[in-house]
Design a binder for this molecule. Structure first.
Ligand code: URA
Length: 243
């Protein structure tokens, strides 16, 4: 593969940034400085060194996406824009969103081509926590909080698993809360709120496992995960066990 593609795959910059770095002499292959972005490297055996550090090639990509309302969580859709349409870097990387947010839900969406990690994060046996910020119409009494926390009948065979509720504010006809659940059933948060007599008017996912929506990431934008964010997620899914 071309040296500039190799460096892009390693998320060391855009194609023009890595070309610039190569021309500046910051890259060597098998101990020899290479100044052409077209130089061919064998990613399985060549020793590529960037600013003094040897790189270990990998072509797994992880992006944090701040989903806005109005786009669907799919790779393709005939009617609506999809989250992938807003991710120009996706081209050719076989990326997919991990789990789904409803069209009108905003917030954290992990997008990756690491199928193994995606599978573990979504596995019901892993009980990965997802925290949502929800604005709702209705009232939320202490009894209703207990119901949500202990498990509520949302019309499925099984009640929902235990959850955590943090009531943030309340008026006589509306409230805002953070709800942490460990499952990913269809419209789960909306159905849980309905089951206690309310209705969700705004929903945003704040976190998934150890991954928290970056407050500096504008709606509709994405950024690569940091090494720490990736390793924390891998660590979580390797240790989180069935209850
Ligand atoms: N629960 C919902 O009801 N909707 C979402 O988008 C995510 C969780």
């Amino acid at each position: 593969m071309r040296l500039d593609k190799y460096l892009c795959d390693m998320q060391l910059g855009t194609r023009s940034q890595v070309k610039e770095a190569i021309k500046k002499g910051l890259v060597s292959v098998n101990g020899i400085r290479v100044k052409s972005p077209y130089f061919k490297v064998d990613e399985r055996q060549d020793d590529v060194n960037y600013t003094g550090n040897t790189l270990a090639y990998q072509n797994l990509y992880y992006y944090m996406f701040h989903k806005p309302s109005g786009v669907v969580t799919a790779t393709k859709d005939h009617r609506d824009p999809t989250v992938m349409d807003l991710l120009p870097d996706a081209c050719g990387k076989e990326l997919s969103p991990v789990g789904r947010l409803d069209k009108d839900t905003e917030g954290l969406l992990l997008i990756t081509n690491d199928g193994e990690l995606a599978h573990k994060l979504l596995s019901p046996r892993k009980h990965v926590e997802k925290t949502y910020y929800a604005e709702c119409s209705g009232v939320l009494t202490a009894d209703q909080i207990t119901l949500l926390e202990n498990g509520v009948d949302i019309g499925d065979e099984e009640r929902t698993h235990p959850a955590r509720v943090k009531l943030l504010s309340q008026t006589d006809c509306s409230y805002a809360m953070e709800l942490t659940i460990t499952e990913g059933r269809f419209h789960q948060v909306k159905r849980m709120v309905q089951a206690v007599g309310g209705s969700v008017t705004y929903l945003k996912r704040l976190s998934m496992g150890t991954l928290t929506l970056d407050p500096a990431l504008p709606k509709g934008s994405y950024r690569p995960l940091t090494e720490k964010e990736i390793s924390d997620l891998k660590q979580l899914t390797s240790t989180t066990s069935a209850q």
